[in-house]
Each structure stands twice: as structure tokens, then as C-alpha cells.
Design a protein around this ligand. Structure first.
Ligand code: SF4
Length: 333
């Protein structure tokens, strides 16, 4: 497989301004040096608690704001500094599905027009008849009845609206779809249906997915690899089997311990996170996780750990000073 998306040392710091002159008084270190790639036809999940910077990474790839530093490549071509004229073709290839399908779909437009809009904008239809046929095919792809194209978004359920959001992302023939908490607002059974639909579309169309979620359980059956983020940095990256079976980083283990186990007789060691995520305006020194880590020791407060290989699997990396993390939380923690 070859990398479709490469993100190198991405940084996004938002300035905080105050006073009459609007002088910069502080920065929000939303994303602080994130590197990963996604192979063609692969799903990579970015997971972490609210405020860890995962959605900012997605928005930076979409170029919704300029980067503070770093580089983004699509198919080997650098896109973070690409001139607006050339960026238009790239925009067609990278699409997004947002969390709330209701607010991301124009309530005054019928589904037919919602799906036709990107086809027209990117010159994807030769005639009115071609346009209608392509819209009908998009409805087929997301398993919605063709005749529903004449309805408005409010006439659909939440799951159906998310199917329309996916169809709109597919419309311009995207290679990469960024799913930003795309199933978080759905109830459990509908969530499973949408995840199955995404997996089916990936198989059929060879899509590449960047799946952003606060919940590890959501990504377990969909993803090929997982990157866990904490306070603007990736703290562990591994393929699904290694991450769910042999997580190294104490933060990943804490997130995993909250994932329900399907077998009620199986017991998973609980590691409950205490305290809140520190402010990204004034992140802790050393390891960013040290204020909540039950295994913290002196070095952690001073020296920031870097991602390094851990475990037996190639590509499994974690940022923790410990070579081996104990299963049990120390009694004093
Ligand atoms: Fe915990 Fe230290 Fe590892 Fe950070 S480096 S996760 S504080 S043990």
C-alpha cells in the first residue's frame, strides 16, 4: 500500500488576544507536532478525549485555517501551502462527514439539490439527465430510496440524515473522507449501521478514511490503525490488534478500560482516569500526561517522552519513559 495522506510535524497554535489593541497574550497549543500517514484504502482512527486536538487535525487537513507549522501531502503533493486555484481539484478529493447531520445539511434544500450541488460545483455531470442519474446512484450507494430525493432533511431520521451526509461526501468522487465524530450523535444500533455502511463503501470504492472519535469502542470494528491523542500530541499509534490487545501507554490503557467487554464473564482491569485534561493554554512540563498518570516518576515531570517502538508489532509506537508498564495501578495512586 502507498500513503495517500501524509501529515508531518503538524502544529496549530491559536493566539489568544486581549485588550483594545488585540495584542496576543497567550496561545492555545491545540495541535503540537503530529505526524502520521494513511495508506490508500486504509482507515486510521484519531482517538482521544474532548479537547485533545483531533478535530483540529481534521480541519487543518481540510485547510479550514492556515497551519502554524508542518506539512500535509495528498498523493505525494504538498497541499497545505497550495495556491487557491490548484487547491480546488484537491478539495474534490478530500471530503468530510460531520457529527451533526442536521446542522450540516441545508434545511431549505431538498436532498436532490444537496447531492447535486457538489456534482455541479466540480463539473461532474454532463447534462440534467446525467445529474439526476448520478444523484440516484448516490442514494443507492447509501441504501436510501431513490424517491426520497424530493424530501427535505427534517423528514429523515438521524441515521438517514447521516447517510445523506455520506452520499454528499461521495458525490465528487472523493479519495479521502474525514469522518469527524460522524457517528457520535447516533444511538447504538444506528451507529452500528452507519459503521457497517462506511466499511462496505470502503471495500467497494477503495475509500481511505480518517475516522475521528472520542470513543475507542466506536472504532474497534472499523479501523485498521489507531492513533491516540492527548493534549495536542499522538501518544500511541498501532494497528488495531496491537492497540486493543497490547496497549502500552497508560493513557491508552485508561481509555481501553472504559470500553465495554462483550463477554460479561471476562474482566478487564479498570484504570480510572482522575482529574481533568490540563489546559492546552498552559500544558504541563515533561510528559503531558504526568498530572494524571498513576505511574508518574521524577523523569516524567521534566523530560518529554518521544514516540518510540514498543511491543512486538512493527509500527507500534508510544511516548512513555517506561519500557514496561505494570498491569496494576500502584496502591498510592
Ligand atoms: Fe506516565 Fe511517565 Fe509514561 Fe508519561 S512518561 S505516561 S507520566 S509513566
Amino acid at each position: 500500500m502507498t500513503a495517500l495522506l501524509e501529515v508531518n510535524a503538524l502544529r496549530k497554535h491559536f493566539p489568544i488576544r486581549s485588550g483594545l489593541l488585540g495584542l496576543e497574550t497567550a496561545k492555545v497549543y491545540a495541535v503540537d507536532g503530529v505526524t502520521f500517514d494513511i495508506n490508500r484504502g486504509e482507515t486510521l482512527s484519531l482517538v482521544g478525549e474532548s479537547g485533545c486536538g483531533k478535530s483540529t487535525v481534521g480541519r487543518a487537513i481540510l485547510r479550514l485555517f492556515p497551519l502554524t507549522d508542518g506539512e500535509v501531502y495528498l498523493d505525494g503533493e504538498r497541499i497545505d501551502n497550495m495556491p487557491a486555484g490548484r487547491m480546488r481539484a484537491m478539495r474534490r478529493r478530500v471530503q468530510v462527514v460531520f457529527q451533526d447531520p442536521f446542522s450540516s445539511l441545508n434545511p431549505r434544500m431538498r436532498v436532490r439539490d444537496i447531492l447535486a450541488e457538489p456534482l455541479i460545483n466540480f463539473g461532474m455531470a454532463k447534462s440534467r439527465r446525467d445529474l439526476d442519474e448520478r444523484v440516484a446512484q448516490l442514494m443507492d450507494q447509501v441504501h436510501l430510496p431513490r424517491e426520497a430525493v424530493h424530501r427535505f432533511p427534517h423528514e429523515f431520521s438521524g441515521g438517514q440524515r447521516q447517510r445523506i451526509g455520506i452520499a454528499r461526501a461521495l458525490a465528487p468522487g472523493a479519495d479521502l473522507i474525514i469522518c469527524d465524530e460522524a457517528v457520535s450523535a447516533l444511538d447504538v444500533s444506528v451507529k452500528a449501521q452507519i459503521i457497517n455502511l462506511l466499511a462496505e463503501l470502503q471495500d467497494r470504492l477503495g475509500l481511505t478514511l480518517l475516522f475521528i472519535s472520542h470513543d475507542l469502542a466506536t472504532v474497534e470494528h472499523l479501523t485498521h490503525r489507531v492513533a491516540v491523542m492527548y493534549l495536542g500530541k499522538i501518544v500511541e499509534l498501532a494497528d488495531r490488534r496491537a492497540l486493543f490487545g497490547q496497549a502500552h501507554h497508560p493513557y491508552t490503557r485508561a481509555l481501553l478500560s472504559a470500553v465495554p467487554v462483550p463477554d460479561p464473564t471476562a474482566r478487564r482491569k479498570r484504570m480510572i482516569l482522575t482529574g481533568d485534561v490540563p489546559s492546552p493554554i498552559n500544558p504541563p512540563s515533561g510528559c503531558k500526561f504526568h498530572t494524571r498518570c498513576p505511574f508518574v516518576f521524577d523523569r516524567c515531570r521534566i523530560e518529554e517522552p518521544v514516540l518510540r517502538p514498543v511491543g512486538d508489532d512493527r509500527g507500534h509506537v508510544a511516548a512513555c519513559h517506561l519500557d514496561s508498564v505494570p498491569d496494576a495501578v500502584p496502591a498510592a495512586a
